[in-house]
Design a protein around this ligand. Structure first.
Ligand code: HEM
Length: 458
């Protein structure tokens, strides 16, 4: 042991069971459990979610910055992501180190500003199309509607196919495979996929069917000499600046699956939480209508409106502060590392939680209140970086962050221009539920009211 060891702090934490540690409490309410740990034990908390591995929850912005940015080379993605590898392969979310960086370089062009503006029109078109089926006065399951709209957006931007075709071909098998992967992620013991349990058989079947569909799409494109401007076209045409090589079919497949899944559920949850929050805060809703009336009026929205809709953007930031769709981010220590007054050892798992940080009273006054105005006047610059980080940070920051903001704002205004949504009168108390992302538990049922645009009412 080096002399310095004596100066390192030893993080405290809750007592757990011998084998399962604190797994039961974590599973029953992950955001609640993490909040309680940070409140009770402070900036670094030690706990277990199984027999051996040490977990640490870190809740200090400077330490989070070191983990995600300055000392990120000492970390890799944690083992829970391995459960996703049968679906994502070596896509951006699951790969590590050099390979990840090379893939990130190849995919980044698909997310550059000019393309996102082009995708913006798809976002508006898909939402408008979808809303044409909504009827004044009806009750709808809004959480499902938001999932369908964002799935439609990703089908259109990625493959230039419409939602119905995209859902049957890709959306449904992806959902099946993903549900199975989530269950694998959350179980203490992950049996390898070759063990013939029913779950493993179903999982392999869904993945085989997806592989088949995606291979067909890629093959069709390889045989098609025309230039395609959708995300698939951009990804397939990408060449590495350093070695000039493009992606293999297997790699294209892994990245498509990754973007397809990472790119719709998170934004759908952000939109659902926002519609819920607006229904509870008529004063915020009224200011949003005022902005929509002033900037867009009764003409169809355009991607250029995005920059002018500053209050609506702040509504989205504030909604993701209270209900961050990615509520926790994990890393495994790859090389022993010292961060502030602590030392972490190879194999330890570090969690940093957006949900915990975003509700800290030292950075956010009235932390549980919904106040979009707090984001005005460059508020973010007045708090430490990594006190607010809905899209993560460092080299693994969400590649779809600008895409997601553009989509959330444009879909929200397309809805709000025409409709006002109220929670169904007999609605259950809205609580959060977390699988990989944070979503409203048991969904949201809302009543649709058509707004009268000409008279600017509602
Ligand atoms: C509100 C919506 C979204 C939220 C809150 C969100 C959040 C995040 C976060 C926190 C990470 C970092 C995970 C980590 O560090 O381990 C991430 C990564 C990622 N996100 Fe998003 N995301 C959203 C939307 C999107 C969209 C729309 C796309 C694509 C169209 C996307 C694609 C990805 C990908 C590919 C990664 C992996 C990046 C890498 O490791 O290089 N996300 N996202």
């Amino acid at each position: 042991m080096s002399d310095r060891t004596t100066f390192f702090k030893s993080p405290k934490g809750p007592k757990g069971k011998i084998i399962t540690g604190n797994l039961k409490a974590f599973r029953s309410d992950p955001p609640g459990f993490l909040t309680q740990l940070a409140t009770e034990f402070g900036e670094v908390v030690k706990f277990r979610l199984g027999p051996l591995q040490n977990f640490y929850l870190v809740s200090d912005p400077e330490m989070i910055k070191q983990i995600l940015v300055t000392k990120q080379k000492n970390f890799m993605k944690s083992d829970d992501f391995k459960a996703l590898k049968p679906i994502f392969g070596e896509g951006l979310l699951t790969s590590d180190k050099e390979f990840h960086m090379q893939q990130r370089r190849l995919i980044q062009p698909a997310f550059k500003k000019s393309h996102i503006i082009d995708y913006g029109q798809n976002m508006i078109d898909v939402a408008s199309d979808y809303l044409s089926t909504w009827k004044d006065g009806e009750e709808r399951i809004i959480t499902q509607d938001m999932m369908s709209i964002t799935l439609g957006v990703i089908c259109k931007t990625m493959f230039n196919i419409d939602f119905k075709e995209g859902y049957q071909k890709i959306g449904q098998p992806i959902e099946t495979a993903m549900n199975l992967a989530v269950r694998r992620m959350r179980s203490l013991i992950q049996l390898p996929l070759w063990v013939p349990t029913k779950r493993n058989r179903d999982s392999k079947k869904a993945i085989r069917s997806l592989d088949h569909i995606i291979a067909e799409i890629i093959q069709k494109r390889r045989n098609d000499p025309a230039k395609h401007e959708d995300m698939l076209g951009i990804i397939m045409d990408a060449r590495d600046d350093i070695d000039g090589l493009g992606m293999s079919d297997k790699q294209v497949r892994d990245e498509l699956m990754t973007i397809f899944i990472a790119g719709h559920e998170t934004t759908a949850n952000a939109l659902s939480w926002t519609l819920y929050l607006l229904s509870q805060h008529p004063e915020v809703e009224a200011k949003m209508y005022e902005e929509i009336n002033r900037v867009i009026g009764s003409r169809p929205p355009t991607p250029d409106d995005f920059m002018k809709l500053t209050y609506t953007q702040n509504i989205m930031w504030e909604s993701m502060r209270l209900y961050p769709p990615a509520f926790v981010t994990s890393r495994k220590v790859d090389k022993d590392v010292e961060i502030k007054d602590y030392r972490f050892k190879k194999g330890d798992v570090i969690l940093v939680s957006q949900y915990v940080m975003h509700r800290k009273p030292e950075y956010f006054q009235n932390p549980t209140s919904f106040i979009p105005e707090r984001f005005e006047n460059n508020f973010i610059k007045t708090i430490p970086s990594y006190a607010f980080f809905p899209f993560g940070g460092g080299p693994r920051v969400c590649i779809g962050n600008h895409f997601a903001m553009m989509e959330a704002v444009l879909v929200l205004v397309t809805i709000a221009q025409r409709f006002r949504l109220k929670l169904a009168p007999d609605h259950h108390v809205v609580k959060n539920y977390s699988t990989i992302t944070l979503r409203p538990k048991r969904g949201l049922r809302m009543i649709i009211q058509e707004r009268n645009l000409k008279r600017n009412t509602l």
